[in-house]
Design a protein around this ligand. Structure first.
Ligand SMILES: [Zn+2]
Ligand SMILES: [Zn+2]
Length: 287
């Protein structure tokens, strides 16, 4: 009986809709919906991109916003940037709308309540586009902002496992601290260290690459109730679409690979990882 079947759908917990070239954000969201992707979290990488993230979350009922500053954009991070991010979290980013669109303050506040996380933030020593000191300052500032507003943090870590753990250790005991290691790129040993700190782990299409055996091994040791699925689109298209632009709908390929690794059905993986993400990001409270 179909009535007994668990309803399942996918959540792409990490996408950059504003960076797509082959499709408009509208089309990408629409196609994802048709493929059973119920929600998309659009992740900000700079102040400007974070404002766009908020706009997407207001425009599309199934898109939520994370706001933050990527380590690539951390150059010169200081009090000014910290304050600007805080203004966005408080929902005061578009004060001017009050007079122009005759929105009440309550409306503005409500519109911005679709911010469900801070990030992406962390370290990127692979491309090293910003000085390490600035990356660290931006990272710490964003973790503390997330703790103040009781929001989870989306962490970017590329070639920086030790420094990332060093920073996170200081916050692991804080009751408001919740974080996800996005685009997990470590091995099973690193995954265990992340789990010990209470982190969630999010996998992209990288887990489908034949060359990324250690990431697939890591997925085998992470319990499914600590896993999220993501695309990081337009980047990192899964093996089946390798070299092409990546879209939120391709999160199904990530689910398929995790299902294979865990020897479970794709439906089960979709169901569990979606519940994980809904709870972690409090999505149902922000609809
Ligand atoms: Zn990233
Ligand atoms: Zn990203």
């Amino acid at each position: 009986m179909s009535g007994n079947k668990k309803e399942y759908y996918f959540i792409d917990t990490h996408a950059h809709l504003g960076m797509l070239k082959g499709k408009t954000p509208e089309k990408a969201v629409e196609d994802a919906e048709k493929e059973g992707i119920r929600y998309i979290i659009n992740v900000g990488t700079s102040l400007e991109d974070s404002r766009m993230s908020i706009d997407f979350s207001n425009k599309f009922t199934n898109v939520f916003a994370s706001i933050g500053m990527h380590p690539h954009d951390a150059s010169g991070f200081g009090k000014k940037e910290e304050f600007a991010l805080e203004v966005l979290v408080m929902g005061r980013g578009d004060e001017s709308e009050c007079s122009t669109e005759n929105n009440s303050r309550a409306n503005i506040k409500k519109k911005h309540s679709r911010i469900i996380a801070i990030g992406e933030t962390g370290f990127d020593f692979y491309r090293n586009l910003s000085p390490k000191k600035d990356q660290e300052e931006a990272f710490i500032s964003q973790i503390e902002l997330a703790i103040r507003y009781d929001l989870p943090v989306i962490i970017h870590d590329r070639d920086a496992h030790n420094d990332t753990l060093r920073v996170l250790k200081k916050y692991a005991g804080n009751k408001n601290f919740r974080a996800v290691m996005h685009c997990f790129s470590g091995d099973s040993g690193f995954a265990e260290k992340c789990l010990d700190l209470g982190l969630f782990i999010s996998f992209t299409g990288v887990v489908t690459f034949p060359s990324a055996k250690s990431v697939a091994e890591a997925a085998s040791v992470v319990p499914i109730d600590r896993i999220f699925l993501e695309t990081d689109s337009p980047f990192l298209a899964p093996q089946a679409k390798r070299g092409k632009e990546n879209y939120p709908e391709y999160v199904k390929y990530v689910a398929g690979k995790i299902a294979e690794i865990k020897k479970l059905s794709i439906e089960e993986i979709a169901f569990v990882t979606s519940k994980n993400a809904e709870k972690f990001f409090s999505l149902n409270r922000k609809l």
